[in-house]
Design a protein around this ligand. Structure first.
Ligand SMILES: C[S@@+](CC[C@H](N)C(=O)[O-])C[C@H]1O[C@@H](n2cnc3c(N)ncnc32)[C@H](O)[C@@H]1O
Length: 398
């Protein structure tokens, strides 16, 4: 599903599409129009090559234990696990975790079950080597005392990508209370910390509002004003890791998310829910992207944009994004922090050095991403008009 749309896509009622996380996530991630996962993968490959060279977190005497936290439906887990498999001399022991409510809308399967199956299949194809059968554990990351791994087990590498924002989902009326948010985040970090080997590392990738390098962050900082979505997850992580006596080295990266180029009148139609059932594919694409940008899937009966419409904020939300997208010739910059987190000082020193090298290499990585997006675009069979927007070559900002 990451690559474009299923043919049934535009037939369902628009509300159902907007309320469905998987549909919006797939739309957001389409690699011809979004560089995020491509650059994330480039960075991961480069980071793991350096980990192997520096002998950090990768076991030289047996299989390395990997824990994928909030794994999702598993396609991305397979992609990065297959990439890093190349630098693991004795293969991997793979664990994944997600909450029990994480269920694929197409197959009805739990994310953990789906991920385990896909990892097993990848091993059968020879894309990665498993030293033991993969294990999936259903656990709430942010609340309660569910364990992320079986008792007595530890991870050498914990991968935690894009789930921190969900801490608000279960908070109800407290979801904008900073203390409640921080408590949930600290619970999540504590759960990972307790299963991290002393010589291991956590790799966390979350959107950031950081602009200290002069590169703008144009998704969650805009949405936060409307839907409350967290744009400071990396800062919350850094604070708690410091309290626990650990260390964080960061590489911030910004990638383009292309919208379909629309006429003014078509943007206006997005502001009128009554018109949504009659939108064409390009308008629908932007509607779903905007809904994902608002990032509020906490209510299965009302999508983020429907909530904004109800509170009278929809038009202003759309105008805010339209202004940035129009100014950037069709895209906005989604900025993430790639954080390398260590428990011990010797691992931290190596990670700091590796992060510095990765930051230096970012211009090269961005060019690789832009080339890959061109290739994806060429192979893109989708019929909506977004191609017209993204064909104008993207110039990496660094
Ligand atoms: C944006 S997806 C990220 C999936 C994958 N890690 C990736 O980067 O593509 C967010 C994930 O967080 C999970 N999640 C949401 N609430 C959670 C909770 N309370 N405990 C554990 N995972 C949760 C969702 O089920 C989903 O798999």
């Amino acid at each position: 599903m990451i690559n474009g749309l299923k043919s049934s896509y535009v037939q369902g009622p628009v509300s159902a599409l907007l309320r469905d996380y998987d549909t919006c996530f797939a739309k957001f991630l389409r690699p011809s129009c979004n560089g995020q996962k491509i650059l994330q993968a480039v960075l991961m490959r480069a980071a793991f090559r350096r980990f192997a060279e520096e002998r950090v977190a990768i076991r030289q005497d047996g299989a390395s234990t990997i824990l994928d936290v909030s794994c999702g439906p598993g396609d991305f887990s397979v992609a990065w696990a297959s990439d890093i498999a190349k630098v693991l001399p004795f293969g991997m022991i793979f664990y994944c975790t997600d909450h029990a409510a994480g269920v694929s809308s197409t197959t009805g399967e739990r994310y953990t079950t789906a991920t385990v199956k896909k990892i097993r299949t990848a091993a059968q194809r020879g894309d990665l080597v498993l030293a033991e059968a993969p294990t999936g554990i259903d656990a709430d990351l942010f609340f309660g005392d569910d364990r992320l791994m079986p008792s007595g087990k530890c991870a050498d590498v914990i991968h935690w990508s894009h789930s921190g924002y969900h801490v608000r989902d279960a908070l109800g009326l407290d979801k904008d209370q900073s203390l409640a948010i921080e408590t949930g985040m600290n619970t999540a970090i504590g759960k990972m910390w307790s299963v991290l080997d002393r010589q291991g590392l956590i790799l966390s990738i979350h959107q950031t509002r950081d602009v200290s390098d002069g590169v703008p962050s144009q998704m969650m900082p805009i949405s936060r004003r409307y839907s409350g979505v967290l744009d400071d997850v990396p800062e919350l992580i850094e604070r708690q890791i410091a309290r626990l006596g650990g260390y964080v080295a960061s590489v911030n990266f910004a990638t383009p998310l292309f919208f379909a180029k629309l006429h003014q009148a078509d943007w206006e139609r997005l502001k009128r829910p009554a018109e949504w059932p009659r939108l064409g594919p390009a308008e629908l694409r932007n509607l779903l992207l905007l809904n994902f940008c608002a990032y509020d899937f906490s209510d299965p009966d009302r999508a983020a944009l429907e909530k904004l419409a109800k509170t009278g904020k929809l038009a202003s939300f759309i105008d805010a994004f339209k202004a940035v997208v129009t100014q950037n010739d069709g895209h906005l910059l989604v900025k993430c922090a790639f954080q390398l987190i260590a428990k011990s000082q010797d691992v931290a020193m190596k990670l700091k050095m590796i992060a510095g090298q990765l930051r230096q290499d970012l211009p090269t990585f961005l060019r690789q991403m832009a080339n890959q997006m061109d290739i994806e675009r060429d192979g893109d069979q989708a019929s909506d008009r977004v191609g017209a927007a993204s064909r104008s070559a993207y110039r990496p900002v660094r």
